[in-house]
Design a protein around this ligand. Structure first.
Ligand code: FE
Ligand code: CA
Length: 516
């Protein structure tokens, strides 16, 4: 019932109560919305800013969360609050094309996700919210191109791994200047680590988050980074999570260290972490969590130019192998049967020129053993050899597959090979591992070279390796993808200087990637 109370009705109830001097007992039947109107809400309702995401040809999700005390549970009363929203064709809201009222409910941390529909394809829109007389800032967003259209270009930014304690999120300032159509974030949006006294900036709280309130506070702190907030307010994001949104290296309902977190406690942690994730991300209602489960794998089409398959490589995976032999066990799965079927169907039946796969973790091989023999990271696709190899074989029948990845805190650009055991096997695609926004901070580049360059002979599919902080920018066209590795000189100060480290190209119809 509370959901049906309009702002006008709410105002009427509030006024009525004041005029009649209503007794407390008379309020008991009133819905939460009415009770909230008795006292004005605190200032600063929109401290977390605005965001948008998951663009469709006819719509986009617009997001906000009411949180006048963002680092202290939000600071809202335990009542539902109506939030008015408007979408316009112009920045000054002279041509409002959609408007409505959403309900910010305490059960979702007073977050609001409006799935605005009825918009024009491939168009820019502005949006804003208002609650209890307080206006939000204005956000800008963009819908996807029409399904049957063949857009001339699409600009995508690939970001991942933003550790608050290890640096400022300054690569977003450059990303904003590059004006992408969409930002793809492939995981480690927050880090669950405890506050460190020696950090560049310190995590809030007193330890790792476990409860919903603790995760809410952590997300709220991350959103207070001005460059991240500005980027969210200026382009739609497509997000997926990796491990640090919950617990390092978790797999399904198995924590990193089962000896330290009992199963029931970890399920409760997953439930809290997924709910806080939903509450803070501009995602559709399909991502409303169901206890310790959240639907994150999904597909977004950008006309006939590009199809984006967003994977979930955390919830359905088998526990990590602990040996080279274990990594080759054919019973291990990364995607789970349902998601694997869904992915293959979406790849084979795709009408798109480019078939992008957003994977949290690297797909190309990383052989860490110099010379004879191999040594893999078991948390990445290398640790799930049988399923990875089968997937790469399927890429032969897919039009222009390109994998976009994070996790490594490095730029790693690779050819995807049909069989990494045979370096001469066919190249079936390209992969970009998009370094990190801030994780690992400013790395010692010489030390990095010393450690990684000797591995290049064992990994001839690597085309570019680098350890600067930043992101990758893709200009996707019919005949090619032009990629730029955009880096910053430092993340240890709130302002940085950006530059292009390298340009790469993927040509349509010719699998693989090259530095240009
Ligand atoms: Fe990370
Ligand atoms: Ca080797």
């Amino acid at each position: 019932m509370t959901g049906a109370v309009s702002p006008d009705r709410r105002r009427f109830l509030a006024t009525g109560a004041a005029v009649l001097g209503a007794a407390v007992s008379a309020q008991l039947w009133l819905p939460d919305t009415a009770r909230a109107a008795e006292t004005p809400l605190p200032d600063g309702l929109f401290s977390l800013g605005v965001a948008s995401g998951d663009p469709l040809p006819d719509g986009v999700v617009i997001w906000t969360r009411l949180a006048p005390a963002p680092l202290n549970g939000g600071g809202m009363p335990n009542s539902t609050v109506p939030v008015q929203w408007e979408v316009a064709e112009d920045e000054r809201f002279r041509k409002v094309v959609r408007r409505g009222t959403a309900q910010a409910r305490p059960t979702y941390g007073h977050s609001v996700h409006v799935d605005v529909r009825g918009l024009r394809a491939g168009a820019t829109y502005w949006y804003r919210f208002r609650a209890d007389g307080q206006p939000s800032r204005v956000g800008r967003t963009r819908t996807a191109p029409a399904a049957t259209s063949s857009p001339g270009g699409l600009r995508v930014a690939l970001a991942s791994c933003q550790n608050w304690q290890q640096g400022y999120f300054t690569p977003y300032a450059d990303m904003l200047a590059q004006d992408p159509d969409v930002v793809l974030f492939v995981g480690d949006y927050i880090y669950e680590s405890s506050p460190s006294a020696t950090a560049v900036r310190r995590h809030e709280g007193t330890g790792e988050p476990f409860s919903l309130t603790q995760y809410r506070n952590r997300y709220a702190q991350y959103r207070s980074d001005p460059d991240l907030a500005e980027m969210h307010a200026n382009a739609p994001f497509v997000v997926t999570f990796d491990d640090h949104e919950v617990d390092n290296d978790f797999a399904g309902d198995i924590p990193q260290d089962p000896g330290k977190q009992a199963h029931d406690a970890f399920v409760a942690r997953l439930t809290a972490a997924y709910q806080a994730y939903y509450e803070h991300m501009p995602v559709r209602a399909t991502a409303v969590p169901n206890g310790p489960h959240i639907r994150m794998h999904r597909r977004l089409d950008f006309g006939r130019l590009a199809r984006l398959n967003v994977l979930d490589t955390r919830q359905f995976r088998s526990d990590q192998a602990t040996s080279q032999a274990g990594a080759q066990d054919p019973s291990l799965t990364m995607l789970g049967a349902e998601q694997k079927r869904w992915l293959l169907k979406g790849l084979r039946g795709s009408p798109a020129r480019w078939n992008l796969i957003a994977s949290q973790i690297m797909m190309a091989e990383t052989d860490l053993k110099i010379g004879e023999g191999k040594l893999w990271y078991y948390d990445a696709w290398d640790g799930y050899q049988a399923e990875r190899n089968a997937l790469l074989q399927q890429f032969r029948g897919v039009r222009n597959p390109v994998v976009l990845t994070g996790d490594r805190h490095l730029t790693m650009v690779s050819d995807l090979k049909e069989n990494y055991a045979r370096p001469t096997s066919a190249t079936v695609g390209a992969e970009f591992v998009g370094t990190s926004i801030s994780s690992n901070g400013d790395q010692d580049q010489a030390a990095f070279r010393k450690q990684w360059d000797p591995l290049r002979a064992d990994n001839p599919h690597w085309k570019l390796l680098d350890a600067h902080r930043g992101y990758h920018l893709f200009d996707i066209r019919r005949d090619r993808i032009d990629a730029q590795v955009r880096i910053v000189d430092t993340v240890l100060r709130p302002k940085s200087t950006p530059r292009t480290l390298a340009r790469l190209r993927v040509d349509a119809g010719r699998p693989g990637v090259r530095v240009v």
